[in-house]
Design a protein. Sequence first.
Lengths: 115, 112
Amino acid sequence: EAGVAQSPRYKIIEKRQSVAFWCNPISGHATLYWYQQILGQGPKLLIQFQNNGVVDDSQLPKDRFSAERLKGVDSTLKIQPAKLEDSAVYLCASSSDRVFRDGYTFGSGTRLTVV
Amino acid sequence: ELKVEQNPLFLSMQEGKNYTIYCNYSTTSDRLYWYRQDPGKSLESLFVLLSNGAVKQEGRLMASLDTKARLSTLHITAAVHDLSATYFCAVDNGGATNKLIFGTGTLLAVQP
């Protein structure tokens, strides 16, 4: 079974530029999550999708971050304009309807450096 | 709001020694996960604990869950250098919209 795919693996941008990350979850997984992990901290949930609807985006800085999940499969997370404090690893995860049995699967992440 | 705390934040230990990492959480949940993260890598699932009193062991690591105390422990037996990594606990918030809330992480350094 293929895992959660993310791209790019690394990205370096200047502050005030924009950037987008892509995630392809495990086939059939209805729920998709984006987490932000700042160096030395635990991952923090930014947004959760159920199919193509947003379930929780309470911690998403909506003035600069946006996310979408078209057709309930792939998802993109965008930052515009980026700030220095956005430097972090952005992890995508997915889960099935049987999350209690199958758990959560994480991608390899995208490491963003804002200079 | 569910909060998850781990201690210690940093643990330096010698090979062959035993130690325990603690994970406390603030609201009722009976599903807890332990992950390992190596530098520059993603999260590797170690244990899934799904009920009060659950205990799971894999090699030198053993995890347990006490839902009444809202406490999970990750016990390391006879540590080896290969166990050096950051360990996270994460609690499933339950309800209709399952999501993981992570602890602060414990950076484990096993010295030869």
